[in-house]
Design a protein around this ligand. Structure first.
Ligand code: FMN
Length: 421
């Protein structure tokens, strides 16, 4: 019986434990979490989602305050097209977050940053170029392009001195998306160093339709992509992601030729994860029926979350003057339209409710959108229930090593610690 540790992920001329901890914005996959993966010989992701806000919390900068002050005049205006990101400040925030993480790195693993294309930030091309370039400037080991097809993303950084030395990868959910991407980058003579194949059981946004995500299965998509790469004689490691809960689940992909696996849900209940402890307990307590896929994300992608998430139905005023990460190239966001509709339908009412969309920036920032993977209801089986009724939070090292060394679909429980009196 094989275990994950019998395999290695080869990137360039180095080998790693084939476990990646996936990027989880906003600062759910913290530097501390990513650093543990790297220390243990695997690959950890930080995320650059809302990085000015992350920087303010970590480094005492005041990027958000300054932006809010600058655009205060527009707060009651429903046209948000004037609200722009200052590219120099965006670069500075990225460099602070990435730089501090890289400076703390120990061990033989790698740290990557997850960059979502759907964070269009009212100037999609310019802001993405700034984010990618600043991460490379600050010494990131690699960039995972996610939440979008990224057809122009390599082009944006092709002149960066680290374009060919940093590891660059993409997340896809179909062979078609990969084909489109590879066609686009072929003229740059620069293939991705790895491809993460994310199936329909993952946390966060899903790369499938709202109606048909259930019809897909990660093993089948992996097989299709393996076959396509073999036919094209392309040797790019594939990383399987979504619903991989045990070391044995991971081995089932590695035995079929995957280079590695990307996992996230099991790390949401670790000390190093950025969710508040109270939210970690919500994840532990969740039952299978609590986990839903809905269309409340203004990105247009289906998103998986706990049905008791406070973001659902919340009718807060759009927070674009402070945030505005989902404003499209014309300065609009689907939540603004929904919010306006409800304001008009309920004149004079103070607390309105909006059910079809949510203000994802504000709610992710405040950890009020409890996005999660499909296996979240099994987290309670990975730890002890303490005498006060709460579940024992795990260490990232424990979970990482459980993936690395477990067999027979087993999950090792941590040494029991009683809650402080
Ligand atoms: C709480 C949470 C937040 C996530 N946020 C992001 C994100 O910001 N960007 C992204 O590309 N993927 C995101 N994901 C997806 C993970 O990186 C990962 O690919 C996936 O969840 C792996 O499946 P698993 O959670 O079943 O292990 C998120 C997942 C979770 C659980």
């Amino acid at each position: 019986m094989k275990r994950v540790d019998d395999f290695r992920l080869r990137l360039g001329n180095k080998e790693y434990v084939p476990i990646m901890i996936g990027g989880m914005g906003v600062d759910i996959s913290t530097s501390e979490l990513a650093l543990e993966a790297a220390r243990l010989g695997g690959i950890g992701h930080i995320s650059d989602a809302m990085v000015p806000d992350v920087s303010d919390r970590k480094f005492d900068t005041s990027f958000v305050k300054e932006k809010t002050k600058l655009y205060k005049f527009n707060i009651n205006n429903m046209d948000k097209s004037v609200v722009q990101f200052d590219l120099d400040r965006l670069a500075e925030a990225t460099r602070l977050h990435v730089g501090a993480t890289m400076a703390a790195k120990k061990g033989d693993g790698l740290i990557f940053v997850n960059c979502m294309e759907k964070l269009t930030m009212n100037a999609p091309k310019e802001t993405l170029r700034t984010r990618l370039s600043a991460a490379l400037d600050a010494g990131i080991d690699g960039i995972t392009m996610s939440a979008g097809l990224h057809l122009g993303s390599f082009e944006l950084i092709k002149d960066h001195p680290r374009f060919r030395d940093a590891k660059l990868g993409i997340i896809v959910s179909s062979v078609r998306a990969l084909q489109l991407f590879l066609r686009k980058v072929s003229r740059l003579n620069r293939l991705p160093d790895y491809v993460i194949v994310e199936g329909p059981l993952a946390g966060g946004h899903l790369g499938f339709g709202m109606e048909d995500w259930k019809d897909y299965d990660l093993h089948t998509i992996m097989d299709e992509i393996h076959a396509y790469l073999a036919a094209e004689k392309l040797d790019i490691p594939l990383i399987a992601a979504g619903g991989i809960f045990t070391g044995s689940d991971a081995v089932s992909f590695l035995e079929k030729g995957a280079g590695g696996v990307q996992v996230a849900t099991r790390f949401t209940v670790t000390h190093e994860c950025g969710l508040p402890d109270s939210v970690k307990q919500e994840y532990f307590r969740a039952s299978e029926e609590d986990i839903i896929v809905n269309g409340v994300s203004p990105t247009g992608y289906p998103m998986r979350m706990l049905k008791q998430t406070p973001a659902i139905g919340s009718g807060i005023r759009p927070g674009c003057e402070s945030y505005g990460y989902l404003l499209d190239a014309t300065g609009n966001c689907a939540y603004i339209n929904s919010y306006n509709r409800e304001v008009q339908a309920n004149p004079g009412q103070k607390n309105i409710q909006v059910f079809d969309k949510t203000c994802l920036c504000t709610h992710m920032r405040n950890f009020n959108c409890w996005t999660c993977g499909s296996t979240t209801y099994r987290l309670k089986d990975t730890t002890h229930k303490l005498s006060d009724g709460t579940y024992q939070i795990l260490s990232a090292e424990h979970v990482f090593k459980d993936y690395q060394f477990s067999v027979d679909n087993q999950v090792a429980l941590p040494p029991r610690q009683e809650a402080a009196a």
